[in-house]
Structure formats: structure tokens, C-alpha cells
Ligand binder design. Structure first.
Ligand SMILES: NC(=O)c1ccc[n+]([C@@H]2O[C@H](COP(=O)([O-])OP(=O)(O)OC[C@H]3O[C@@H](n4cnc5c(N)ncnc54)[C@H](O)[C@@H]3O)[C@@H](O)[C@H]2O)c1
Length: 384
């Protein structure tokens, strides 16, 4: 195989974006050969590319080696398993599934097919600022991590956004709100840098800013194995939004605020300093530095190229599909904790959350209002 023939399943906001850059030849050795959607007339826009209605025909066409699943969340598991069973490499959009139990089903199916590449679309993992932060934390430059605070409220969405798809912001169609959709990317980065916490207490407000039944405002408190603490805040109702990530360790602090990254280094580890200081009010000397980082033009395309390289050259994946369960576990855990009004330990009980979700679906009385919206500005929502 000299190149990978790719099929895109689902041609909404993100599926169309994937198809556009693939069709424009922006992924080396990645060729768009087929697309499919559940809405027939939407597929016609890619000359030379076969279009199908429904995923089954695309998957059995013999025209693709790999698929990108870009449908609403609940369909990721079934379509993902179907693709693997047909011998196709799989890139699944985030979240890899609508809830933890489904993610386990998808991961089990991937385990049966170790010869196939299974990846997840967490494109923030290729962004230099997060790579730099991860490297600084994991190389021990900050010492032992004691606290993380991430206020990520730069996910403002209007009522028109929620009215643009029947599945959006519903228990039945999406399985959650801001946690599972927008800030799932940040939850993935959080666990990618710091690992999973031991426990969580979540506080979620359902339909606080919008006419929706799921959460659009969230605060969560985490505790980690080494007793580090974490605060995570997100919202789709705040403008101007904030993106401020602060990670404190015994040797200093990192602060990412929007597009600026600063590092304050302690000359001496604070725990050592505390033991040795003769004065009760002394503090370690500090040095501040601004850390420059580059940018990538199209992070989605970079991650797809990594997927293609993994298929052709066994290059390690930057976002293995199996790792997609962690952000779901965090999103489900925060919401479940809030609904139960109690602290939850990780790993959460995926079957219990699935049952709770089914109860929410069955009890839903929300009436969705649908409107046709302009999606030209969709790509402006990417850089977070
Ligand atoms: N990685 C990112 O930056 C990013 C950005 C946006 C959305 N997403 C994720 O991508 C997924 C889709 O989001 P969206 O905003 O594009 O949704 P959307 O509603 O705009 O599009 C979904 C598309 O899937 C199609 N579809 C539904 N069921 C199908 C099926 N069985 N077979 C084929 N096509 C089917 C629909 O016709 C529609 O065109 C979601 O899981 C979302 O979380 C990821």
C-alpha cells in the first residue's frame, strides 16, 4: 500500500472539514476516495469522490482502507465496530463514544483487531503549546505537581448553534453538553499531561444559559494520587471567555493564558526551602520567563497524517483511540457526581452511568426547536 484510501462518514461541520483538506491534497499519502452521509444531496460536492448514502455501502465498497467517523456521538461506537469488523482502519471523532460503557465496547472490538490502526481525533495534542506544557510537566521541571486550575470558558455558543442539529445538547442525541462536546478536548489534554485523578466532585448547571436540557456550565474539583488538587471550569455561556491553565509544582508554576505561556521557576524547591529557611516569611527566589511556541496551520490534517503514517509505517499514534476513554470518564464522572450530589472515585461505574443516562433519556420532556444556520464560521471554533 503506497497511500491510504480514506472514507469520511458524516458530512456535517467537521466531516466536511476533513473531506475538504483531504480533497485538497493536504495530507501526504492520504487520498479521499469516498464520503457518505445520511442526507443524500449533501455528498455531491467532491468531484472524483464516490458518495454513498449510509455508512454500510461505503464500508463494503472496496474503495477505502480506512474511515473517519464524523457523525453524532452515539453512532461512533456502532460505526466504529462495523468498520473494524470489515477490516478498516479507524479514526473516530471525539468523543470516541457517547458514554463510558460504549467506549469500552469500542475498545474491546479494537483489541480483537490489533492489525488495524485505531485513532481518535484529539487535535489539541499536536498543538505546540500543549506539547511544550506536557514536556515541562513530565520532565519534572516543575517539581512535584501540587495544583492545577483550568478555567476554560472560551466555548461560547448561541441558541442558533444548539438549534442547528436535532441531536445537539440532548440526552438522547448527544449524551451530555459542554463536557462531552466542547471541553472534552481540554479534559483529554488535562489527563494527557497529568494523568487521571483519583476522585471528582462536579457541579453542573443544566440549561443555565440556553434552552437545552444538558449542562452548559460546569465546575469540578479533582484530587490526584499525590494529593495534588485540581479545579476545572467550563461554560458555553460566557463571553469574552477565558482560557487560563495554571499548573503549580514545588519548583515553579506554568501559566497559559489565551496565547501566552509563562514559566515562573523557583530557585529552590519550596518543600526544601521551607525546611531550611531560618525566617518564617522568607520565600524562594523566582525567575520569570516567557516561553515561545509555534503553531500548526491545520491540526486536524496533522493528526490524520499521523494516522496515515501509523497505517503505512507503524508510526506511533499521537492520539490512540484507546486513550479516548479517559476524557469520557472525566466528562461522565463530573456530570454523574453533580447529579448524585456526591464525590465519585475513578474509575466510575460505566454501567451505572449508562443506566442513569437511559433514565434521563426516558424522562426527557424537552422540545427541540430547529433552525437552518450558517456554518461558514465553523473553523473559527477550533483553536482552544
Ligand atoms: N475534532 C473537532 O474539532 C470536532 C469539531 C466539531 C465536531 N466534532 C465531533 O464530530 C462529530 C460530528 O459533529 P458535527 O458538528 O460535524 O455534527 P453535524 O450535525 O454537523 O454533522 C453530523 C453529520 O453526520 C451525518 N450522519 C448522521 N448519521 C450518519 C450515519 N449513520 N451515516 C452517515 N452519516 C451520518 C449527518 O447527516 C450529518 O451530516 C461529533 O462527535 C462532534 O463531537 C469534532
Amino acid at each position: 500500500m503506497k497511500s491510504v484510501r480514506l472514507g469520511v462518514i458524516g458530512l456535517g461541520n467537521i466531516g466536511r472539514h476533513h473531506a475538504n483538506y483531504l480533497h485538497a491534497g493536504q495530507v501526504c499519502r492520504g487520498e479521499l476516495t469516498a464520503v457518505c452521509t445520511s442526507v443524500p444531496n449533501k455528498a455531491a460536492a467532491f468531484p472524483g469522490v464516490r458518495s454513498f448514502v449510509g455508512a454500510e455501502d461505503l464500508m463494503t465498497s472496496g474503495l477505502v482502507d480506512a474511515v473517519i467517523v464524523a457523525t453524532p456521538h452515539y453512532q461512533h461506537t456502532g460505526l466504529g465496530i462495523a468498520a473494524l469488523e470489515r477490516g478498516l482502519h479507524l479514526m473516530v471523532e471525539k468523543p470516541i463514544s457517547a458514554h463510558k460503557a460504549d467506549a469500552e465496547r469500542l475498545i474491546s472490538a479494537a483489541r480483537v483487531h490489533p492489525e488495524l490502526v485505531f485513532a481518535a481525533m484529539f487535535q489539541l495534542r499536536v498543538e505546540p503549546r500543549y506539547l511544550v506544557i506536557r514536556n515541562l510537566v513530565q520532565s519534572g521541571e516543575l517539581g512535584e505537581i501540587t495544583r492545577v486550575n483550568w478555567v476554560m470558558t472560551d466555548w461560547y455558543r448561541t441558541e442558533a448553534y444548539y438549534s442547528s442539529g436535532g441531536w445537539r445538547a440532548t440526552w438522547r442525541g448527544e449524551g451530555g453538553g459542554v463536557l462531552l462536546n466542547q471541553c472534552l478536548h481540554n479534559l483529554d489534554i488535562l489527563q494527557w499531561i497529568l494523568g487521571m485523578p483519583l476522585r471528582v466532585r462536579g457541579f453542573c448547571q443544566l440549561g443555565r444559559f440556553h434552552n437545552i436540557e444538558v449542562e452548559d456550565q460546569v465546575s469540578a474539583y479533582f484530587e490526584y494520587r499525590n494529593r495534588a488538587t485540581g479545579i476545572f471550569v467550563s461554560s458555553t455561556g460566557e463571553a469574552p471567555g477565558t482560557n487560563r491553565l495554571e499548573i503549580t509544582g514545588t519548583r515553579g508554576r506554568l501559566i497559559l493564558e489565551q496565547d501566552k505561556l509563562g514559566l515562573i521557576r523557583n530557585e529552590t524547591d519550596v518543600l526544601e526551602f521551607s525546611k531550611q529557611a531560618k525566617s518564617g516569611f522568607a520565600k524562594p527566589e523566582t525567575h520569570y520567563e516567557t516561553i515561545a511556541f509555534g503553531s500548526v496551520e491545520n491540526p486536524h490534517a496533522v493528526l490524520i497524517e499521523n494516522f496515515v503514517n501509523a497505517i503505512l509505517d507503524q508510526q506511533p499514534l499521537q492520539a490512540p483511540g484507546q486513550e479516548g476513554i479517559h476524557s469520557i470518564e472525566l466528562a461522565n464522572g463530573i456530570l454523574f457526581s453533580s447529579l448524585l450530589n456526591q464525590t465519585l472515585e475513578f474509575p466510575i461505574d460505566g454501567a451505572a452511568w449508562e443506566t442513569e443516562l437511559q433514565r434521563l433519556v426516558a424522562g426527557s420532556k424537552h422540545k427541540k426547536q430547529m433552525i437552518q444556520v450558517d456554518t461558514d464560521d465553523f473553523t473559527a471554533s477550533f483553536r482552544k
